[in-house]
Design a protein around this ligand. Sequence first.
Ligand code: PEP
Length: 256
Amino acid sequence: MKNKKIIVAGNWKMNKTYLEAKEFIAKLNQLPDYTSQVIIAAPSLYVDTLFINNQKENLALALQNCSAYESGAFTGEISARMIASLQLKYCIVGHSERRSYFEETDEIISDKIAQLIHYNVQPIFCIGETLQERKVNETFNVIRKQLVRGLEKVPVEKIGNIVLAYEPVWAIGTGITATKEQAEEVHKFIFQLLSEIYNPEAAARIPILYGGSCNEKNAEELFYQPHIWGGLIGGASLDVNSFYKIIQIAEKINGK
Ligand code: PEP
């Protein structure tokens, strides 16, 4: 992929107290600057303070979820419009934990993506198959269905605002990482699908991150694969030193 620039995105999920989150950012501030795009999806309650405390130009704070609705009587929800009003650039959508524990369907995810795109917040749109689906050779069908339905409301002129994340469910939080061959095969398939749905030029501009037990030990070989644009990192993003090592891998590959 010609203009590929590695992106490192952390997903803290429901971890860290306020103090722990602030300490992480303070430590990251002290480490040498980097030029790669780095994203941290923090608990929404802290995002604004972390945003203010952050001194790294290339670190974007992000949300982990947003509402499928625009505004109104939806107690506890956070809208894309609210996210945009804090000048936040990214929001994770369709994470497998939200699909399975909170019963988010492809239709709900498609509405969330439409909201984010409308307010110029870039969705980090997660797709991936379960172990059972992989075992019965359904991986490509599942990926196709999730991708086509999720992007249903995204016109070609907006596709440049999407970041995709291929996250095989069997690799998330399990310590079992997809091999570079397994990951590359699906990333290439996603790229080809995007080329079909939109066009090859548009597809070539869409970052596809890998997620699923990605860490400082396996990130390099994954990130060197032609269709892998970086990582969405859960567990290894919680420790600032591990996370920084992954940023350094991105720096090396990005040629800095
Ligand atoms: C994730 O939750 O997006 C993730 C990839 O988690 P982990 O790195 O812990 O597998």
